[in-house]
Design a protein around this ligand. Structure first.
Ligand code: IMP
Length: 193
């Protein structure tokens, strides 16, 4: 069955293709499906934004669609950067956005945070299924490590022995992360159908 990944990010498309092809899907990127679209993320939750992206593609293609939306929620910052993780405070680089989080937590004892990933799967007839994975942890005092992307250098997952996600071996993140959990929920559901 045809499945379009609602993303223009080639890395993301490749990862989903590797996971979903063995389950019987013919996985296509947006561009492979001939769809040129950059959906504005106007929702107020990860779930709403993931659905917006998937629905826009489904309205055009009327086949199965998968999208995701993710970010870092910091308790003492009232849940920020949250859905604004990729554009926090309008800062241009990931490094600047990480520094903004560290600055916001300066002198703060409560450094609890969590990564959230919501995967939205739309069936051919448009029926919606949402899977949300959460990775609890804390924000480090400073950047550490070179692996990963985004907030990985300042996030210390509760199951990571005090190391930032960016200083862990890559396979650890691939099996323990918020994204891994959401995708596992999706594949469990697909496998049970
Ligand atoms: P999107 O889900 O592709 O829109 O990504 C949202 C933003 O959240 C990214 O640009 C990162 O800043 C942040 N983010 C999401 N997942 C991760 C992760 O696994 N590590 C680090 N940052 C992440």
């Amino acid at each position: 069955m045809k499945l379009i990944i609602a993303s223009n990010n080639n890395g993301k498309v490749r990862e989903y293709r590797d996971i979903l092809t063995p389950l019987g899907f013919e996985v296509l990127s947006q561009s492979e499906a001939g769809i040129r679209l950059d959906v504005e993320e106007t929702g107020t939750t990860f779930e709403a934004n993931a659905y917006l992206k998937a629905k826009a593609i489904h309205d055009i293609a009327r086949c199965c669609v998968l999208s995701d939306d993710s970010g870092l929620e910091v308790e003492a910052l009232g849940g920020e950067p949250g859905i604004f993780s990729a554009r926090y405070k309008g800062l241009a680089t990931e490094h600047e956005r990480r520094l903004a989080v560290l600055e916001g937590l300066r002198g703060q004892a409560d450094r609890r945070a969590r990564f959230v990933c919501c995967v939205c799967f739309l069936e051919e007839r448009g029926e919606k299924h949402l899977f949300t994975g959460i990775w609890n942890g804390t924000v480090a005092e400073r950047e550490e490590g070179v692996n990963g992307f985004g907030y990985d250098p300042i996030f210390v997952a509760e199951d990571a022995d005090g190391h930032t996600t960016a200083s862990l071996p890559i396979p650890f993140k691939e099996t323990h992360s918020h994204r891994a959990k959401a995708v596992r929920m999706l594949t469990d559901w697909l496998g049970s159908g």
